[in-house]
Design a protein around this ligand. Structure first.
Ligand code: CP3
Length: 349
């Protein structure tokens, strides 16, 4: 059975949702990963003195921060202000988001006994998410709200390493050394992820993005064996909802076929792979991307050329959602993001 939520019906004709579905659009839709955040002075002002995870539990702050980039840049979608570690914190795991570092987990998950700390999430654990999504969908009207979660591998990497990592040594050692514990960990994480995404969809999100940001660190063989089945379980759990599902990772050029098979409608591509090449590899899906976030620091004439090139390459796709190849860097001049959104609209209509 397919569920059509009221918010999803309201945004079904938006350029963003149509491009995700591969339908004709009046212009190429655009939004930016990390569009809400430190590049905006109005964000920095609002967050002053409030720790990251606390700001993710306050519906008034979530709503305002989510809307800031929509007002300022005229993007075609909002992304819910939260973090991939919010559901983990909500079930009682001691995690902090340290400014300039990222998520830090007090007691890493490394053996079977540690799994008991990862119970499933219920809507009652995250009432602030339901409330904020409800407020946002009212405010946004026909502009879609993208809900999101971290994919099991990327969240597991923080839990196992205890924080950010360059090499994912302990994570890889666990998946190879104790595949039973690894799979049990990822089964728990896929249940939590699925529950968290359902809360956002039931409350009114019009699309979701599953971030497997660090999957690019894996070989195709390991990705298929240890990661893809768990992400696929999350997406399969959402099959009943008639909303677009986006799947994204960084440095995944070698994984695009495998990522395409996980079951999303849209595959996010970073700047390392040209979109027209990605299109041939992800199967019958739309693509999202893929401006190098560093180009926002180059002269505007360079930006215009890059936007035009990417729009041209995106024409090969069933549908194209313009985005960066990864998140906005904190010291980006926000006017360059506004200019990018305008250029995408101008050059594609
Ligand atoms: O605008 C948006 O994209 C919505 C909000 C969003 C945040 N985190 C807010 C945030 C989203 C979609 C995320 C996802 C997220 N969080 C990912 C996947 C996306 C990606 O970039 O690959 C990952 C890996 C995380 C974990 C995480 N949280 C990191 C690596 C960091 C950065 C640490 C730092 O200080 O550089 C965070 C913190 C974080 N999440 C911030 C924001 C706005 C910065 C915190 C602050 O403003 O103090």
């Amino acid at each position: 059975m397919t569920t059509h939520t009221p918010a999803a019906s309201r945004t079904a004709d938006s350029p963003f949702v149509r491009a995700c579905r591969g339908l004709p659009v009046p212009h190429t839709p655009v939004w930016f990963m990390r569009q809400a955040g430190r590049s905006l002075p109005e964000y920095r002002k609002l967050r002053e003195g409030i720790p990251m995870l606390e700001s993710c539990r306050r519906p008034d702050l979530i709503t305002e921060i989510t809307l800031q980039p929509v007002r300022r840049h005229g993007v075609d979608a909002a992304i819910f202000f939260s973090d991939i570690m919010v559901p983990i914190a909500a079930i009682g795991v001691d995690v902090d988001i340290v400014p300039g570092t990222g998520p830090v987990v007090a007691e890493p998950v490394r053996e079977e006994a540690d799994l008991a700390r990862l119970r499933d999430l219920t809507p009652a654990d995250v009432p602030y998410v339901t409330e904020a999504v409800g407020m946002l969908t009212e405010e946004l009207g026909t502009t879609p709200l993208i809900g999101f979660a971290g994919a099991p591998f990327t969240v597991a990497s923080y839990l196992v390493e205890g924080g950010p990592s360059r090499s994912y040594t302990r994570t890889k050692a666990l998946m190879h050394g104790r595949p039973d514990v690894w799979n049990a960990l990822c089964e728990r994480l896929s249940a939590i992820t699925l529950s968290f995404l359902k809360v956002q969809i039931e409350a009114g999100a019009s699309a979701i993005q599953l971030f497997d940001s660090w999957a690019g660190a894996l070989s195709v063989r390991d990705y298929r064996r240890f990661v893809a089945p768990h992400s696929a379980r999350v997406l399969a759990g959402l099959a009943g909802y008639d909303i677009p599902k986006i799947h994204f990772g960084v440095g995944t050029g070698h994984l695009l076929e495998a990522i395409g098979e996980v079951g999303a409608d849209v595959v996010g591509v970073d700047w390392r792979t040209p979109l027209d090449e990605a299109v041939g590899r992800v199967g019958d899906r739309s693509v999202q991307g893929n401006l190098d976030p560093a180009i926002l620091f180059a002269p505007e004439s360079v930006l215009a050329e890059e936007v035009a090139r990417i729009l041209g390459e995106g024409k090969a796709a069933r549908g194209h959602v313009f985005n960066l190849g990864h998140g906005v860097m904190p010291d980006t001049d926000p006017d360059m993001l506004t200019r990018t959104a305008a250029l995408v609209h101008e050059l594609s209509s």
